[in-house]
Design a protein around this ligand. Structure first.
Ligand SMILES: [Fe+2]
Length: 319
């Protein structure tokens, strides 16, 4: 099997640019995932984010998690399959950055953590937008097309799910996070470099996303699948709980604005439609998709696309 795609961003500057763009294209088409090295986020900043995230978990989250209904049952060996079928072995909180930050209102964060996260996510936002333009280039779309497609009236939505996956005595019984595709646009993940667990589904098999120090894992969400008319796919992934070690994961979602209208890029539709009629994706308002996703996150994406077709916002104008 091909090895997991790792992209050295430095090579975009030199004579290996063409080959690197090809690697990105192949990853988007065939994996839905890739990992970035030498990206624009300084290693020291990532180390600070990691230190502060782990300290925050120990101080404010760990006891609460252990006392939760799910954890106490599993830890005491009392959990049955039916108790945990809708559960994930994770401790999380959410930070919103765009269109309006909620960082000041999220409880229990130190000033240092807030300031460090602010610096970190500003760099991630820039990295996400740079990636969108690299995707545009590979797709033959004009520069800025994807960013504009995400804009709506208030600009994109950007937020970070901060997760910890504590050691679990029963990884066969309960998943860290059950299998799903991500609903949004492009996702940038800073994952623990020692405790693994993230897997993606490729050709019917679960493949590990290898922990790599100071890397950023990127994956494609459902909206990019729609806009690219299925050239790029959002791919099922999950987190397997580990018996040893606490896994840290900061997943930042660069998503369309709530009122953005999402539909296949006409340029891609024209070329693709001639090949296969059934590949046409729906046109919808992003927040309507998110309402549907809220109840169907752990199900296949195709019925969600079908349901959105039923909304029918009218034809997609082709040039
Ligand atoms: Fe996800």
């Amino acid at each position: 099997m091909a090895t997991f795609p790792v992209i050295n961003m430095e090579k975009l500057q030199g004579e290996e640019r063409g080959a690197t763009m090809e690697l990105i294209k192949d990853a988007c088409e065939n994996w839905g995932f890739f990992e970035l090295l030498n990206h624009c986020i300084p290693a020291e900043l990532m180390d600070e984010v990691e230190r502060l995230t782990k300290a925050h978990y120990k101080k404010c989250m760990e006891e609460r998690f252990k006392k939760s209904d799910l954890a106490s049952k599993v830890l005491n060996g009392e959990a049955a399959e039916t108790d945990v079928k809708d559960m994930d072995w994770e401790s999380t909180f959410f930070l919103r950055h765009l269109p309006v930050s909620n960082m000041a209102e999220v409880p229990d964060l130190s000033d240092e953590y807030r300031a460090t996260m602010k610096e970190f996510v500003a760099k991630l936002e820039k990295q996400a937008e740079e990636l969108l333009d690299l995707l545009c280039e590979n797709l033959g779309l004009e520069k800025g097309y994807l960013k504009k497609a995400f804009c709506g009236t208030k600009g994109p939505t950007f937020g970070t799910k901060v997760s910890n996956y504590p050691p679990c005595p029963k990884p066969d019984l309960v998943k860290g996070l059950r299998a799903h595709t991500d609903a949004g646009g492009i996702i940038l993940l800073f994952q623990d470099d020692k405790v693994s667990g993230l897997q993606l589904l490729k050709d019917g098999e679960w493949v590990d996303v290898p922990p790599l120090r100071h890397s950023i894992v990127v994956n494609i969400g459902d909206q990019l699948e729609v806009i690219t008319n299925g050239r790029y796919k959002s791919v099922m992934h999950r987190v397997v709980a580990q018996t040893d070690g606490n896994r840290m994961s900061l997943a930042s979602f660069y998503n369309p604005g709530s009122d953005a209208v999402i539909y296949p890029a006409p340029e891609l539709l024209e070329k693709e439609a001639a090949l296969e009629e059934s590949q046409v994706y729906p046109k919808f308002v992003f927040e309507d998709y998110m309402k549907l996703y809220a109840g169907q996150k752990f199900e296949a994406k195709e019925p969600r696309f079908e349901a959105m077709k039923a909304v029918n916002l009218g034809p997609i104008a082709t040039a």
